[in-house]
Design a binder for this molecule. Structure first.
Ligand code: FAD
Length: 372
């Protein structure tokens, strides 16, 4: 197995570095759970509503959630685990094209890349190679920005529902010793229509909201960086002759939390199984590889449909304020909300008939008022 990347590791990637419970399961599968335990776990998660309500949840002693691991360190550790397992790492090698031939896949690259029987494309949200192989239907649907600041305060994690950014959140997460990562995401259609300026929104978030204003006036130690996010399973066909798409290139980012690290690793596990079947059987046609698309749907499809339902609700400031209000009164509900973001609770599990009735009423109330 040859792993080709245009970057040289360790390298940074714009990311909050928040690992979900799924990411921790995947790290455990790779024998990296002991290593991950060196990093801060989710200890306290605070939600801030768009109209001022807030609620905090102490996560200590709860079912194991995730960790905050800077990508600089996480991705280097993953590369080391891969090379330890026998993978040949070709770094600093940009791939500019892929040709699918009768018996091989050849890559056009600046370095000496051997031809392969099968290509697993995990190029992230910007899918130039998958586009050239005509495997993509739509582009990314979100954009996110992130910057890192010096901060010596307690390692609480914050999620802010800011007006104008909904249904996405702004975040402040621990980012290694004495540092905090702040960022926010927005829908690309809002950005393209000029309704949302992510850079200005982040500057305002840092000045007025994040960590109670503790970062106001400070200079970022890692300046703002932006990157698109692809969170649509249906935005690509994740297979073709001798090629499979994995990670964000396959659209596996969670539609509500926009967490993609765990899902990318999980899709890597699934894609590896399907590549192995193909190698064992010697069958690399698009039809032979199509079972991979079904496997991705089975793993993520139902959960992501439920998450999209919740996302519709999270467009409403009023609904969010009511959710936070209920979480203030009801610790069980607060725990449910936090667990969805940490990934120990599925989005689907929040759609009980009782909750669905409640959400529906909340969703309808402001509309009725507007019409009246
Ligand atoms: C600002 C921001 C914050 C985020 N925060 C979180 C978070 O806190 N938690 C979370 O779970 N997710 C988060 N995400 C999402 C997460 O970062 C991604 O979903 C995840 O990194 C996807 O992993 P991947 O391996 O599929 O792609 P990437 O991590 O993007 O890796 C793709 C790799 O492909 C290489 N590559 C691409 N094209 C080529 C080429 N032509 N030739 C050679 N190499 C190439 C790149 O160098 C890169 O190393 C965030 C995203 C953004 C933008």
């Amino acid at each position: 197995v040859v792993l080709v990347d245009k970057n040289i590791f360790p390298r940074d990637k714009p990311c909050g570095g928040a690992l979900s419970a799924l990411a921790v399961d995947c790290l455990t599968g790779m024998g990296l759970d002991g290593w991950a335990q060196r990093y801060p776990a989710w200890q306290e998660l605070r939600f801030f509503g768009p109209r001022g309500r807030q609620v905090g949840l102490d996560m200590r002693g709860r079912r194991r959630g995730g960790y905050f691991i800077p990508r600089f360190e996480l991705d280097a550790a993953l590369c080391e685990a891969a090379t330890g397992a026998g993978v040949r790492l070709l770094q600093g090698v940009p791939v500019t094209g892929a040709s699918i031939e009768a018996r091989w896949v050849s890559l056009q690259a600046a370095g000496d890349v051997p031809r392969a029987k099968i290509l697993i494309l995990a190029e992230g949200a910007v899918t130039a190679l998958a586009d050239s192989l005509r495997l993509t239907k739509y582009g990314p649907n979100y954009m996110a920005v992130r910057a890192i600041y010096q901060y010596e305060g307690p390692a609480a994690a914050e999620l802010h529902f800011l007006p104008g950014v909904l249904p996405c959140t702004a975040w402040a997460y621990p980012a290694g010793a004495g540092r905090v990562s702040v960022g926010l995401a927005g829908e690309l259609r809002d950005i393209n229509a000029g309704r949302l300026n992510l850079e200005a929104a982040l500057a305002d978030f840092v000045e007025r909201h994040a960590l109670g204003g503790a970062l106001a006036g400070k200079e970022a130690v890692v300046p703002l960086a932006a990157a698109p996010i692809r969170s649509r399973l249906g935005s690509v066909r994740p297979y073709g002759t001798r090629v499979l798409l994995a990670g964000e290139a396959a659209g596996v980012v969670h539609p509500m939390t926009l967490q993609g690290i765990g899902a990318a690793m999980e899709s890597g596990r699934i894609v590896a199984q399907h590549a192995l079947y193909a190698l064992e059987k010697g069958q690399f046609g698009a039809r032979d590889l199509s079972a991979y698309a079904l496997a991705l749907q089975r793993r993520f499809g139902v959960e992501y449909r439920a998450a999209r339902v919740l996302n519709i609700l999270l467009h409403s400031e009023r609904v969010i304020e009511r959710l936070i209000g209920r979480a203030q009164r009801d610790p069980g509900f607060a725990s449910l909300m936090a667990s969805v973001y940490v990934g120990t609770q599925s989005a689907l599990g929040t759609l009980t008939p009782a909750n669905l009735g409640r959400y529906l009423m909340w969703w309808r109330q402001p509309r009725r008022r507007r019409r009246g």
